[in-house]
Design a protein around this ligand. Sequence first.
Ligand code: COA
Length: 422
Amino acid sequence: MTPPSRTGSPAIEVVDVDVEDTDALTRWSEMLGTAFMEDRPDPTSVAHRRERLRGQRLRAGAVEGRLVASLRSFDTELTLPGGRLVGANAVSSVAVLPTHRRRGLLSALMRTDLRQARERGAAVSVLIASEAPIYGRYGFGAATECASWTVDADRARFRGDAPRDGGALELVDAREARADLAAVHDRVRRRRAGELLRDEQWWNHTTGVVPNPRAWGPRSRTVLRRGPDGVADGYCTYTPAESWQGRVSRSTLTVHELSATTPAATRALWEYCTSVDWVRSVRAEDRPVDELLPWLLEDPRAAQRSGQDDFLWVRILDTAAVLRARSYRGAARLVLRVHDDAGPAAGTVALETGAGGAEVAPTDAAPDVELTVDALAALLLGGTSATTLARAGRLQARDEAVLARAADVLGTGEAPWCATSF
Ligand SMILES: CC(C)(COP(=O)(O)OP(=O)(O)OC[C@H]1O[C@@H](n2cnc3c(N)ncnc32)[C@H](O)[C@@H]1OP(=O)(O)O)[C@@H](O)C(=O)NCCC(=O)NCCS
């Protein structure tokens, strides 16, 4: 695809990069590294990148034959409220050289990728945004949030009624325990709206089987938890940092990931982190906003929320498919008008929710609720209330009663959560 050149500017060409072509992959990595402030690629890092990206779609924007922009995408699955999975196109490695920014390169790459994702039948595209103002124009909306926590380990005593079941903890090598970790995550992600499928490459890359600078790292440790039946039901990967003030420890423990299929396993892993000798403070990022930890503690203020940010951005490509697939709270009929300048999600649909699931059909009826596709993404996983969007002017409801009904049926009992970086 070659968009028309701006007057006096050379044309932009969107080309596919073959990961098996070492020269092309090196040039793509060089360009990506410049935009992402990374080390220059060498043959080893290019070989590792190939292992990691094999099977994914690497696109580049070329100007006069030179690669100046990149976008990578691959197929995954997104969990919707209720546990149904939809096909998702994950977008990453979005970068444009500083010499070629604001000439429409990202827009050209994104248009091509979204069109092809739709043609392949993906219901959504997803990404993690470096900066919030970039992706709304392409129809993406922030759909999950993550919280950061700092825990005072000395004050973190667990309540007597906090779930406990007599399981066991074992320190493991994450690379060797990959299958157990992946099995736990797969059970977790199938139940949690907002979470994504992680493939073999993701685990190889993150645990360090394939070396990469963003892996959990050589000082990280992984503790695996087994339930009373001996089946792995949780894990935590963390990195301790030793520090002393005189002869008093000020050491910290940073949680990279804590994932568990049961509340008892969640409690056991948090209790482990806060009771490692020397550790005074535990830090964790990318946690669910409805974290259990403070509710498990005698002193909830021992766990301080130190931040909250958007995480997964969703671009709905097939409105009917996602509305049909997710669950709702109660029975209702709502006519939704979705505005989507770029096209695929636009239209007016009647949504009928009930005990047996949801029916979605095109309609000419007047809308009860009107919103843009990025606002619908914020509602899709239950992370934002229709009331909040209406108060912010991002959603128009026919009247307050309709708004209350929309907020009720679209709400969920658990916050959506995605902890999968890609
Ligand atoms: C973000 C980035 C990819 C944008 O690429 P680009 O080719 O300059 O983007 P385009 O020229 O296609 O811009 C399209 C529109 O987005 C806007 N835009 C682009 N980057 C933006 C930013 N960081 N903040 C706000 N608006 C931005 C442009 O102004 C333009 O607006 P317009 O359509 O109203 O004219 C590029 O600046 C970059 O590589 N940044 C560093 C790496 C990065 O952050 N990558 C994203 C990782 S998720």
